[in-house]
Write a protein that binds this ligand. Structure first.
Ligand code: SAM
Length: 261
């Protein structure tokens, strides 16, 4: 079962780094709510030929694939960054798929974005996209023994630093106290018409269990399901312009779009 602490003296477990958790989300696109989110996110992207993109918290690379498809294979580079090493396997498959028809360079980078994006990328990306990921940037303050939003704010600043001028940042994050039930319900409605119903149900259950852990951690301030106004303020404070958002994912996520001023 999911336990918060292995031993009281150890750091709390972060399941996102585990293969099992990463794999549980590989089939997220089977959820109708997620497909809607993906579609809405991709539609918001301003993609130009020969542009460099980062997919932040890329998972199995669904957004990378969508971005590449939408550009008709004309983007120069897509870097997928994630803290789960196993996602490299999913990216290797994308690389093979892309290589057959285009010159797009596809790279997977194993990195915890709570520590920033690294020094290689300064004014580098034409666009950064992220699906339900940046909200998991974490920072624990040993002095106060509390979780803070320092890593989240730092990550937003890192995104700004890594973008070229007028570069676009499009990301989705969950609404406060998201209802995974609403997301599951949209999937259950589709279940009777799906071929492998039992497997789909198992996958749904696995994601749902991790969802319980995520919500608990968010209530403790470790993860960040923030109101739209708070996110807008954070983006504006850093210098992002043209901040806009819409709601998607069965009303359980915001999609924000903004650009480097
Ligand atoms: C809900 S999944 C979304 C995956 C993918 N963006 C998609 O749309 O299918 C969240 C992703 O964020 C990644 N993630 C969570 N915390 C992270 C961290 N601190 N650093 C890097 N990636 C992280 C997870 O490993 C996972 O792949």
């Amino acid at each position: 079962m999911l336990t918060l602490l292995r031993k009281s003296s150890q750091k709390p477990v972060n399941y996102w780094r585990n293969d099992r958790c990463a794999r549980a989300f590989w089939k997220q696109h089977e959820l109708p709510a997620y497909r809607q989110l993906l579609e809405d996110t991709i539609r918001s992207l301003r993609i130009t030929a020969n542009s460099n993109w980062l997919d932040l918290g890329c998972g199995a690379g669904r957004l990378s694939l969508g971005l590449w498809n939408r550009s008709a294979g004309e983007v120069r580079e897509i870097i997928g960054m994630d803290c789960a090493a196993v996602n490299a396997n999913a990216f290797a498959k994308l690389q093979q798929q892309f290589a057959q028809t285009s010159q797009t360079k596809v790279i997977f980078q194993h990195r915890d974005f709570s520590d920033g994006l690294g020094s290689d990328y300064h004014d580098y990306f034409d666009g950064i996209v992220s699906g339900l990921a940046i909200q998991y940037a974490e920072h624990y303050c040993p002095q106060t023994n509390k979780w803070t939003d320092k890593a989240y704010d730092f990550l937003l600043a890192e995104v700004y630093r890594s973008l070229k001028r007028h570069g676009q940042f499009v990301f989705s994050v969950n609404v406060p106290e998201p209802s995974w039930g609403a997301v599951a319900l949209s999937a259950l409605r589709q279940l009777p018409i799906q071929k492998n119903r039992l497997r789909s149900l198992q996958r749904l259950y696995r994601m749902y269990r991790y969802g319980g852990w995520l919500k608990k951690q968010a209530r403790q301030g470790r993860f960040h399901y923030l109101p739209a106004e708070t996110i807008k303020e954070k983006l504006a404070r850093i210098g992002f312009k043209h901040i806009d958002f819409q709601i998607s994912f069965a009303n359980q996520a915001f999609i924000f779009s903004c650009e480097k001023g």
